[in-house]
Design a protein around this ligand. Structure first.
Ligand code: UDP
Length: 364
């Protein structure tokens, strides 16, 4: 009987693991013997960044919670590695499945491989080439010890081939984040509260920002928000604030009648906002994928992306981190003059099934 341990730690992981767990559950219901353990590393631990996603995405209670949140990158990596090693010694699986590019992805893949346990990386092979982002380091280290790469794009396959990984390890399967998006779309719901009462479809913007390059320097954060307010023609801007950004934003004390700050939203509420927005302004990778599939114009406040397909085939444009660059793009969105989503191969809602089929075959 194959046994798998699947790891999740931070917000962008939960939407990536949910469909895989649902396939495990339906296989178990159908009488197939697949044993899995879900391990939450505790990297994100508050309700708004973790618990709500379990409820909304029907993810079952984790079998273990490692409580590895807080501290610096190294402290967090170390705490998660120590706790995950213990978990693996007590419950040794055939394979550990990690997703995405967060600290937990890196820490758990290293702990597993050092115990000679195979590692599968869902969303393997993507690269921005930007080593100033901790996520890029997490991707490179994880991929260097991965046994099964489950990739979202041909570009990821190319990156892996170029790095010398053998073809039989690379499985081009699509995007589990989009499995979740397509499955949950009928359940998207308007966020509650006065802020959202007068929401008009197609007549507002959504923004998110949490990358150090954009939010750690208060004055550059202010300059970017000012440029957004100036370029969006008086339309409301809804900005669910990531905990990483909250303190600096508070210090700046920006107040504008068109800027509506709120706590991080649940998945169903956030994607309701995105789906009905005139445009999205973000530095999140996952949001560029979701906005593309929902055919909503998307401006990325970064100089590079590990998801070039969102630019080539999706609705995403790389604006960079200079606020002066924003205006022409916002003008185009305001005029309704934007490229359309052209479809990205295998982002079809069936990725998790492909992954589980491959894994069950390999380990039965
Ligand atoms: N998201 C959410 N609520 C919010 C902001 C984002 O549910 O208030 C979701 C979003 O739909 C996407 C994921 O969180 O699925 C992206 O996470 P994040 O931006 O933290 O990570 P990144 O994609 O940048 O790694």
């Amino acid at each position: 009987m194959p046994t798998f341990t699947i790891v999740a730690g931070a917000r962008p992981n939960f939407m990536k693991i949910a469909p895989i767990i649902h396939v495990f559950q339906s296989q178990q219901k159908a009488g197939l013997v697949v044993h899995y353990r879900l391990v939450h590393t505790g990297q994100h631990y508050d309700r708004k960044m973790s618990g709500d996603f379990f409820d909304q995405l029907n993810i079952p209670e984790p079998h273990a919670n490692l409580g590895g949140g807080g501290g610096t990158q190294a402290e967090q990596t170390a705490a998660i590695m120590i706790a995950f090693e213990k978990e693996l010694l007590e419950n040794r699986p055939d394979l550990v499945i990690v997703v995405g590019d967060v600290t937990s992805t890196l820490a758990c893949s290293i702990a597993a491989k050092k115990l000679q346990i195979d590692v599968a990386h869902v969303e393997g092979g993507i690269r921005s080439g930007d080593l100033s982002m901790p996520e890029e380091i997490n991707r490179m280290v994880t991929d260097s010890i991965t046994d099964h790469f489950f990739t979202t794009s041909e570009i990821a396959n190319y990156n892996l081939r170029k790095a010398g990984f053998s073809e039989d390890k690379i499985h081009f399967v699509g995007n589990t984040m989009i499995d979740t998006l397509l499955a949950q779309m009928p359940f998207f719901k308007k966020p509650e509260g006065q802020t959202f009462e007068n929401l008009q479809t197609g007549n507002y913007f959504v923004m998110t920002m949490h990358r150090p390059a954009n939010v750690d320097q208060e004055q550059s954060l202010k300059a970017m928000i000012d440029a957004i307010l100036e370029g969006t023609g008086g339309l409301p801007i809804f900005f669910p604030v990531h905990p990483r950004t909250a303190k600096n934003l508070q210090n700046l004390g920006i107040e504008d009648p068109n800027l509506h700050l709120c706590e991080p939203l649940g998945y169903l509420e956030f994607n309701y906002l995105v789906k009905n927005a005139k445009g999205v302004i973000t530095d999140s990778g996952g949001v560029t994928e979701e906005a593309s599939v929902m055919n909503v114009p998307c401006l990325t406040l970064r100089d590079n992306t590990e998801r070039p397909e969102t630019v080539n085939l999706g609705t995403n444009v790389l604006v960079g981190t200079d606020p002066k660059k924003l205006k022409p793009y916002l003008d185009k969105i305001m005029k309704g003059d934007w490229k359309k989503y052209q479809g990205i191969p295998l982002w079809d809602g069936k990725t998790a099934k492909r992954i589980v089929d491959i894994l069950v075959k390999s380990y039965s």
